[in-house]
Design a protein around this ligand. Structure first.
Ligand code: F6P
Length: 532
C-alpha cells in the first residue's frame, strides 16, 4: 500500500503529530545511546541505584511488571517519554479510545475497546456514533451470551468446533486453553484453522454430527481456509446423516448476509471497526463464552476494560502499556534487537505467544508511515516463544550464551490451580532463576562455561490466571502494540501485506491441475512440476 493517501488521511495524520524520528528527542536519544546506553551494565545499574527495582516496576490492573532488568536507565526513559509526548501519544490514544478513524488506510475506527466498555458509559470526546454503537455491542453481547448459555445447558452438544483462522482462531483458542479450569464440564473444544485437511479430518474422525456445534468464525466470511473447512464440515455433516443445520452451525461475522447466503441461520455479527486480531472480545469469542459462561466472559471483558481505563487515565510515566512500548522502540531502534521471546511460565498460556505474534507482527510489521512513505527505521520485532520451563531445555542456551542479545518477556502466575505438591513453586523458582541468570551471568576462565550475563528481560506477574487477569493481560499487549505503532507513525490496524500471497495462491491452484507454468519464475515452476 505504497499508494498516495487520500486528502483526509493527510489531514488526520497531521493532527496526530510527528513520527518519532521527527522529534528533537530522536537525535538526543541517539547521542545518549552512544554515550551511555550501549554499554549499560545491569549489574552496575542495580549497584548504583538502590531504587532501580522500585522505579522500573509498575502495578497495572491485574498485572505487575518488573522492567528493571532491561538495558535502559532513568535518563533514557525520560528522553523516551519526552519523545512520546512530542509525538502526541496522548492525543493519538484518545483518538483510538473515542472512535476516531485511526485506521487511516481503511478510513475507520479501531474501537475494540468499545466491546468491553460497560453499558451506557460515555468517554469525554466520544465520536457521535459511539453511543449508538455501544448499545448495539451490548445487544449482540447479550444475545451471544444467552446462546452460549443455551449451548452450555444442552447435554446433547458435547463438541464445539471453531472453524476460523488468524484472529478468528488465535485469540479464542488462546483464551479457551488459558481458562481451562473455568471450563464447563462435558464439552470438548476443537479449533480448526489450517487449510491442510489433516486438521479438520482429525477432528471429524472424533465427533458425531448430532453432538457437534460448528462455529464458522470469519469477519469477512470470504477467507479461503475458513470457507473451505466450513464447506467440508458441512458436507461431512450431510454425509453422516446430520439433521438440523440451524442447530449445528452458527456463524460469527461482520458479513451476516454472506453467512445467511451460505445457509447459516444463527448468526452473531460485529462491526467492521473490530480488527480480526482484536476480535476475541466480540461475537468471535463465542467459543470462549461457551467454555466459561456468561459470568466468565463478562469478567474477561471487565479485566480488559480495567486495563483500558488505566491506559486512558494513567500519566505516561506510570502507564504500563506506554512504558513497554517505549522500551520496544528503544530496543528496536537503538539497541537494534530484532526479536522478543515470550516465555509464559504457565502451561495454560501455551497459545499466548501465537496470539501475540499476530497481534504485534500483523499490526506493526510495516515499512511505511501513514503517508505511505518508506520508514528510515525498523518496526515490529519478530515475536516467538514457548512455555517455560520447556524452553529452558531447548532454546535458552542461545539466550544465555549465543552471540546475539534476545530480550525475553516472562509471564508468570503467582498461584497455581492444581493440587500437585511442589510443582508451582518449582516453576516460579525456575522463572526467577532464568531472569536472574540471564542478568547476572557467571564468570569462568573456561570459555564454554562462561555466561556473559547482562541479558535483558521483562517480568510480568499475575496473581492468578482468571478470566479478568487474562482480559487485562491481553488488553495490555494490545495497547502496547498501539503505542509503539503510534510512535513509529504507522497504521497498526491494516494488513495489506497478507494480500499478495493470497492472490498468488488463487493463480497457482488451477496451474497445479493444468501444469501451466507460463510466466512463472523458474523456482516456482520447478517446484510446481515436482508437486504434480
Ligand atoms: O489474512 C489475514 C487476516 O485478514 C487476519 O487479519 C484475520 O484475522 C484473518 O485473516 C482471518 O480473517 P477473517 O476473520 O475475515 O476470516
Amino acid at each position: 500500500m505504497d499508494a498516495v493517501m487520500p486528502q483526509e488521511c493527510e489531514t488526520a495524520q497531521a493532527a496526530l503529530g510527528p513520527r518519532c524520528d521527527q522529534t528533537p528527542q530522536w537525535a538526543q536519544l541517539r547521542a545518549y545511546f552512544e554515550r551511555q546506553g550501549r554499554q549499560l551494565d545491569l549489574r552496575e545499574a542495580f549497584a548504583s541505584d538502590p531504587q532501580r527495582f522500585a522505579h522500573f516496576s509498575q502495578q497495572a490492573p491485574e498485572v505487575f511488571a518488573d522492567l528493571s532488568k532491561n538495558l535502559w536507565d532513568r535518563g533514557s526513559e525520560r528522553l523516551l517519554l519526552d519523545m512520546a509526548r512530542a509525538c502526541g501519544l496522548q492525543r493519538h490514544r484518545d483518538a483510538l479510545l473515542t472512535g476516531q478513524a485511526v485506521n487511516i488506510t481503511e478510513q475507520r475506527a479501531a474501537l475494540h475497546t468499545l466491546l468491553r466498555r460497560p453499558r451506557g458509559l460515555a468517554l469525554p470526546g466520544d465520536e457521535p456514533w459511539v453511543a449508538g454503537a455501544l448499545k448495539e455491542v451490548h445487544q449482540t453481547l447479550d444475545a451471544m451470551l444467552a446462546f452460549a448459555e443455551s449451548v452450555r445447558a444442552d447435554a446433547q452438544i458435547t463438541d464445539i468446533v471453531n472453524i476460523g483462522i488468524g484472529g478468528s482462531d488465535l485469540g479464542p483458542q488462546m483464551a479457551v486453553v488459558a481458562l481451562e479450569p473455568y471450563r464447563v464440564l462435558g464439552k470438548r473444544f476443537h479449533f480448526v484453522s489450517n487449510i491442510d485437511g489433516h486438521e479438520l479430518d482429525r477432528v471429524l474422525r472424533n465427533v458425531r454430527p448430532e453432538h457437534t456445534l460448528f462455529i464458522v468464525a470469519s469477519k469477512t466470511f470470504t477467507t479461503l481456509e475458513t470457507m473451505t473447512n466450513a464447506r467440508s464440515a458441512r458436507a461431512w455433516f450431510d454425509a453422516q446423516g446430520g439433521q438440523d443445520v440451524a442447530r449445528h452451525f452458527v456463524a460469527l461475522t461482520s458479513n451476516v448476509a454472506a453467512a445467511r447466503d451460505w445457509g447459516v441461520t444463527t448468526t452473531f455479527g460485529f462491526a467492521d471497526w473490530v480488527g480480526g486480531r482484536y476480535s476475541l472480545w466480540s461475537s468471535i469469542g463465542l467459543s470462549i463464552a461457551i467454555a466459561i459462561g456468561d459470568a466468565g466472559f463478562r469478567a474477561l471483558l471487565a479485566g480488559a476494560h480495567a486495563m483500558d481505563e488505566y491506559f486512558r487515565t494513567a500519566p505516561l510515566e506510570h502507564n504500563l502499556p506506554v512504558r513497554l512500548a517505549l522500551l520496544d522502540v528503544w530496543y528496536r531502534n537503538f539497541h537494534g534487537f530484532g526479536s522478543r521471546c515470550i516465555a509464559p511460565y504457565h502451561a495454560n498460556l501455551r497459545r499466548l505467544p501465537a496470539h501475540l505474534q499476530q497481534l504485534e507482527m500483523e499490526s506493526n510489521g510495516k515499512r511505511v508511515d501513514h503517508h505511505g512513505r518508506a520508514l528510515p527505521y525498523a518496526t515490529s520485532p519478530a515475536l516467538w516463544g514457548e512455555p517455560g520451563s520447556n524452553g529452558q531445555h531447548a532454546f535458552f542456551q542461545l539466550l544465555h550464551q549465543g552471540p546475539d542479545v534476545l530480550p525475553l518477556e516472562f509471564v508468570a502466575v503467582r498461584e497455581g490451580m492444581h493440587a500437585l505438591a511442589g510443582h508451582h513453586q518449582m516453576l516460579l523458582a525456575n522463572a526467577l532463576a532464568q531472569a536472574r541468570a540471564l542478568m547476572q551471568g557467571r564468570h569462568s576462565d573456561c570459555g564454554h562455561r562462561h555466561f556473559p550475563g547482562n541479558r535483558p528481560s521483562t517480568f510480568l506477574l499475575l496473581d492468578a490466571l482468571t478470566p479478568a487477569s487474562l482480559g487485562a493481560l491481553v488488553a495490555l499487549q494490545e495497547h502496547r502494540v498501539f503505542c509503539s505503532g503510534s510512535l513509529w507513525g504507522i497504521n497498526s490496524f491494516d494488513q495489506w501485506g497478507v494480500e499478495l500471497g493470497k492472490q498468488m495462491a488463487l493463480d497457482l491452484l488451477p496451474r497445479l491441475q493444468s501444469g501451466d507454468v507460463a510466466g512463472l519464475d523458474a523456482s516456482t515452476a520447478g517446484l510446481l512440476q515436482r508437486m504434480r
